[in-house]
Design a protein around this ligand. Structure first.
Ligand code: SAH
Length: 266
């Protein structure tokens, strides 16, 4: 077979470091779920995965699909591996496959955030163990008070727990990316579903360095906000990244119920 040249447009950086591959497999939650791998590439991670679990892989690059079909002929025959060739985002409705699965992948970075948000919303997806750009991993794993705590961290904490498994330098890849990467794990205990709550988060973080009060008052009535802040014991000067996920949920409930009270009172 001719040599495969990495295609930039598909975000191809192949993970070659065996220690990191091993660490990903070790961090996998212990259960009977299927594994979904998005972007198997040359199949280095896939090889580790099919040894322990049954895998469904989605690969957009037809050259790589052919290579994988040859390389894993045996695993495909025994149904330990199934390869879907095409853009995963085109086939992903609300559920990517029709049974419980864990997403384990070194993701294509240009669509990584989108993929993770879809997986958080997918009721069939139970856990997410993925490699992404370090900054992206830090946002998903952030806690209240962290500079990068924002919508992604709050959405994640609303559905489960997240932590960074390992940081990965560019030298682990071929070709080497210019940025640092990290593997992180989200263990879900529910699914992302509340669009209105996420709309409020978008408003809350419009200007991340301004106060939360200032951001929210563009959309919500000042008096309602003042009542809610008082009830939750939040300072008027608090910045959006300093408020906990729990308080965001309370704030959401209060702005809705206080809003309702006012309307019915008018
Ligand atoms: N998992 C491999 C490759 C990672 S590179 C490894 O660790 O070495 C990212 C992979 O995602 C590439 O194989 C790329 O072709 C694939 N990819 C990019 N966009 C995709 C999409 N929309 N759907 C499915 N796969 C995609």
């Amino acid at each position: 077979m001719e040599k495969i040249v990495a295609k930039k447009k598909f975000g191809q950086n192949f993970l070659k470091d065996k220690t990191i591959l091993q660490k990903i497999v070790e961090a996998m939650p212990n259960n009977d779920n299927k594994i979904v791998e998005i972007g198997p590439g040359l199949g280095d991670l896939t090889k580790f995965l099919v040894d322990v679990k049954s895998v469904e892989a989605f690969e957009v690059d037809t050259d790589l699909c052919k290579l994988l079909q040859n390389k894993f002929e045996k695993e495909i025959a025994t149904k330990q591996l199934r390869i879907h060739c095409g853009d995963v985002l085109n086939v992903w409705k609300s559920e990517l496959i029709d049974e419980s699965y864990d997403l384990v992948a070194n993701l294509p970075y240009y669509i990584a955030t989108n993929i993770i948000l879809k997986a958080l919303a997918d009721p069939k997806c139970k856990n997410i163990l993925v490699m992404v750009q370090l900054e992206v991993a830090e946002k998903f794993c952030a806690h209240e008070g962290d500079k990068v705590f924002g919508s992604l961290g709050i959405i994640t904490q609303s559905v489960g727990d997240a932590h960074i498994v390992v940081r990965v330098p560019p030298t682990a890849f071929e070709p080497q990316p210019k940025i640092d990467s990290a593997v992180f794990l989200i263990q879900k205990n529910s699914d992302r579903s509340d669009k209105d709550f996420e709309d409020m988060l978008r408003v809350a973080f419009t200007q991340p360095r301004k106060t939360l009060m200032k951001n929210l008052s563009v959309v919500y009535q000042k008096t309602i906000l003042q009542d809610a802040f008082l009830k939750l014991n939040l300072a008027q000067t608090i910045r959006p990244h300093q408020v906990s996920t729990l308080d965001y949920h309370q704030l959401y409930k209060l702005t809705r119920s206080l809003d309702g009270t006012r309307e019915s009172g008018n």
